[in-house]
Design a protein around this ligand. Structure first.
Ligand code: FMN
Length: 234
C-alpha cells in the first residue's frame, strides 16, 4: 500500500481556502461601478474553466455583457418577473417585494453562462447514466468563478428571476443552448457577513448535523454528527 503524500498546502493556504468559501456572498446591493481589469477577469474565467466536468465535457460558454442598453433590457425584464411576486401571500409577499434580487445595472459586468447539452467533447462519458451531469458540470464552473472572484474582492450575484427564452432573445443565444446562470459581477463597497436573505428574515442556515446520515438514510445520529462537526456547525 502506498503511503499518504505530504500535505502540500501550508496552514495559511488552507485557511485562505476556507475563508474564501465562508466569506463568499451573493451580492446585489453593494456593487461599485469600477471596471474589472482584464487580467483579473482572465483569472476568474480561467478558474471557472478549470472546474470538473463530466467526461471532461466542458459544456460551458461565457457571454460577457457590458453593453448598458442590453443590460437595461435584461433589467426591465427581471423587474417585470419580480413584480409578478404572485406565488407568495400576506407577510411573505410583503417581504418578497422588499427584497433586492439583482444588481444588473449597478454591476459593471454581467456574465451569462450556458451549457451546450449536445457538445461531443468527452464522448458522452458519464452522461449515459445521468443526463443531468452536464448541467452539474456547468454549476461547478460557476462556483469556481464565484470563489475566485471572492478572492479577488469581486462580488458575484446570481440572478435566476428571469425567463431564459427572453434572455436568449436579448443575447442572441441559440435556442438549443441551455442558460445555467446569469451573473452580475463587480467590485463591492463591502462583503456582508451574512446572506442578505438571512438578514432580511427570509431564511436561516440549517445546521449540517440535521442533514447527516450514517451508512443508510435512517441513521441520523446527532451525537456522532456533533462529534464530527464540533464548533463548525454554526
Ligand atoms: C442557483 C441559484 C440561483 C439564485 N438566484 C438568485 C436570484 O435570482 N436573486 C438573488 O437575489 N439571489 C439568488 N441566488 C443567491 C442566493 O439567494 C444566495 O446564494 C443565498 O441566499 C445564500 O447567500 P450567500 O450566497 O450570500 O451565502 C441564487 C443562488 C443560486 C445558487
Amino acid at each position: 500500500m502506498s503511503s499518504r503524500m505530504k500535505p502540500d498546502f501550508s496552514p495559511e493556504e488552507r485557511a485562505a481556502v476556507y475563508r474564501v468559501i465562508r466569506e463568499r456572498r451573493d451580492v446585489r446591493s453593494d456593487f461599485i461601478s469600477e471596471e474589472i481589469p482584464d487580467a483579473v477577469l482572465g483569472r476568474i474565467l480561467t478558474a471557472a474553466h478549470h472546474a470538473p466536468s463530466v467526461g471532461l465535457m466542458q459544456p460551458w460558454d461565457f457571454i460577457l455583457i457590458r453593453n448598458f442598453s442590453i443590460r437595461k433590457q435584461i433589467h426591465a425584464h427581471a423587474q417585470s418577473m419580480k413584480d409578478r411576486g404572485d406565488i407568495y401571500e400576506g407577510d411573505r409577499k410583503a417581504l418578497y417585494c422588499s427584497l433586492k434580487l439583482e444588481g444588473i445595472l449597478e454591476a459593471p459586468l454581467n456574465i451569462c453562462i450556458t451549457c451546450d447539452r449536445s457538445r461531443t467533447t468527452g464522448y458522452g462519458l458519464g452522461r449515459q447514466s445521468d443526463s443531468m451531469t452536464d448541467l452539474y458540470s456547468a454549476a461547478c464552473a460557476i462556483q469556481n468563478l464565484w470563489l475566485a472572484a471572492r478572492a479577488e474582492s469581486i462580488g458575484i450575484g446570481w440572478v435566476s428571476i428571469l425567463d431564459w427564452d427572453r434572455v436568449k432573445q436579448l443575447l442572441n443565444i441559440p435556442r438549443e443552448r441551455h442558460i445555467v446562470a446569469y451573473l452580475c459581477a463587480g467590485f463591492v463597497s463591502a462583503f456582508r457577513r451574512k446572506p442578505e436573505l438571512e438578514t432580511a428574515g427570509w431564511e436561516v442556515r440549517t445546521k449540517i448535523s440535521n442533514l447527516l446520515h450514517f451508512d443508510q438514510w435512517e441513521n441520523q445520529d446527532r451525537q456522532r454528527a456533533d462529534a464530527i462537526l464540533g464548533t463548525h456547525d454554526e
